[in-house]
Design a binder for this molecule. Structure first.
Ligand SMILES: CC(C)(COP(=O)(O)OP(=O)(O)OC[C@H]1O[C@@H](n2cnc3c(N)ncnc32)[C@H](O)[C@@H]1OP(=O)(O)O)[C@@H](O)C(=O)NCCC(=O)NCCS
Length: 163
C-alpha cells in the first residue's frame, strides 16, 4: 500500500525502532494483545529485539506519535512476521498496510527476500482481513496452537506471501 491508499494523510514515517521506542512499543503491545498469549513481551525482550541482530523492529510514526510497530525475523531470504500492532484508536485507516510496505521497501534494499510468512489466530478476523488485503494466503494450520485468557485453545493459520 502507498500513502495514496491511506484514508488519512497526516505526516507519517516508517523507520527502524530505536531504544527510545521501547516504552511506546510495550504500551501498544499491552493494549493490543492478550497477556496469556506469547505476544506479550517484557521491556527487556523488546530492547534485545531492537539492539540485537536476529530481529528487525520497525515503527510507524504519525505526527510525531508512534502508532504501531512490526517485529520480523529474517533467515536468509525468508521473513517471518512475529508481531504487528496498531494503537486500537488508530486502526482501520491503513497504518498497518503502510507500515508493512515501508518495512518491505527497506528490507528489499538489504536482502533478496523471497517469502514472508506468519501465524495468526483463526479467530483474529481483523488480522486475517489485513493479511488477505496484503496478499497473504493460507498455507497451513496448527491445531490448538494459541491459549486464550479463558483457557480455550485456538487454531493458528499459517499464511504466506511470495515476493
Ligand atoms: C491487524 C492490525 C495490525 C491491522 O491494522 P490496521 O492499521 O487497522 O490495518 P489497515 O487499516 O492497514 O487495514 C488493512 C486492511 O485490513 C482490513 N481490516 C483491518 N482491520 C479490520 C477489521 N477490524 N475488520 C475488517 N477489516 C479490517 C481493512 O479494511 C483493510 O482492507 P482493504 O485494504 O481491503 O481496505 C490491527 O487490527 C491490530 O493491531 N490488531 C491487534 C494486534 C493483532 O492482532 N496483530 C496481528 C497478529 S500479530
Amino acid at each position: 500500500m502507498t500513502e495514496r491508499h491511506l484514508k488519512q494523510s497526516p505526516p507519517l514515517l516508517v523507520r527502524p525502532a530505536t531504544l527510545d521506542d521501547v516504552s511506546s512499543i510495550a504500551h501498544i503491545m499491552q493494549k493490543c494483545f492478550d497477556p496469556v498469549e506469547e505476544t506479550h513481551w517484557h521491556n527487556q525482550q523488546i530492547k534485545e529485539a531492537i539492539s540485537g541482530n536476529h530481529l528487525s523492529v520497525f515503527v510507524i510514526v504519525v505526527s510525531d506519535q508512534m502508532v504501531g510497530f512490526l517485529i520480523t525475523q529474517i533467515v536468509v531470504d525468508e521473513a517471518e512476521i512475529l508481531l504487528i500492532a496498531i494503537e486500537p484508536e488508530r486502526q482501520g485507516v491503513g497504518f498497518a498496510s503502510h507500515l508493512l510496505q515501508g518495512w518491505l521497501n527497506a528490507e528489499k534494499q538489504k536482502s533478496r527476500l523471497k517469502k514472508i510468512s506468519l501465524e495468526v489466530a483463526e479467530d483474529n478476523m481483523a488480522a486475517i482481513k489485513f493479511y488477505h488485503s496484503a496478499h497473504f494466503e493460507q498455507v497451513g494450520l496448527r491445531k490448538a496452537y494459541y491459549k486464550k485468557a479463558n483457557g480455550e485453545r485456538t487454531n493458528a493459520m499459517i499464511l504466506a506471501r511470495r515476493l
